[in-house]
Design a protein around this ligand. Sequence first.
Ligand code: UDP
Ligand code: MG
Length: 319
Amino acid sequence: MQPTYSFIVPVFNEEATLPELYRRLSVVMDSMDGAVELVLVDDGSSDRSLAMMRELHDRDHRVCYLSFARNFGHQIAVTAGLNFVRGQAIVVLDADLQDPPELILDLADEWRRGYEVVYAQRVQRHREGWFKRLTAYVFYRLLRQLADVDIPTDTGDFCLMDRRVVDALNAMPERNRYIRGLRSWLGFRQIAIPFERDARFAGEVKYTFRKSLSLAIDGLVSFSKVPLRISTYVGLFAAVMAIVMAALVLYWRFFSPVSPLTGYATIAVAIFFLGAVQLFSIGILGEYIGRIYEEVKNRPVYILREVNGFEPVAARQGV
Ligand code: UDP
Ligand code: MG
């Protein structure tokens, strides 16, 4: 029987949170108004996460899982889940219980009212460190300023999507998966539900600073061409400066009785400034070209090592 609801949970070394996650999710699953499947995506964990997923699958037929051949990253894990789910309403949430499972009931209410994307918007994250809060605050506002689509601030991937939205997401061929951006780009009828983000239930944060920074750059580059334009503007500015300087030099050389021109400091500063502008612009170009390269290689987005619980759906690989 096809489930009405599918829950997708990306899991990367979450052995400390999985039992509690399952306990709280199963209460929610029991109180939903339709059949539920729970899709756990193991993103190349090196701890007991996968073994625990096997046990859960044996114990509870609603639990299915996918396991990657290595760590591909959170967004890719969610992408894989979206490729496999069979429900009519699809919920994505983190494994660490920072996204309270009980909120799914509210998300589902809005879905039944006709919304196709119901996303949870964080109103408070006081239980996270100041650095994470500050960088997240700045990033979401910057993205909002620069992005071509209207990406709501302070929303993560915790959301419910209608089947039509997931089909549209799955049909998108891009390898670079910034899901909350793609989700906004699609449109449909969207609504936000405010919630308070809890502290991680147990274990370490799996999103290292490097992974978060890389996700932020992905988001900016995939949804904005403004960085490319910045180099054009800075180039224009440098050209105007150069013309002004040339005019001044000519004036002092031919019309001024005393010339203030002395030393090489000005030249050195100008060279450094231009060098910095050029390297910065090349870096920005590199970000875009690197992404073009990734797309052109056309490799599968992920490699699966183990799939369980999706019979009789034929095994699918990648997108
Ligand atoms: N995660 C993943 N692959 C990774 C990093 C994280 O699947 O490479 C999962 C992790 O298990 C969790 C979710 O993504 O379910 C969010 O990770 P985390 O809580 O560490 O990051 P936060 O968003 O809270 O900073
Ligand atoms: Mg977390």
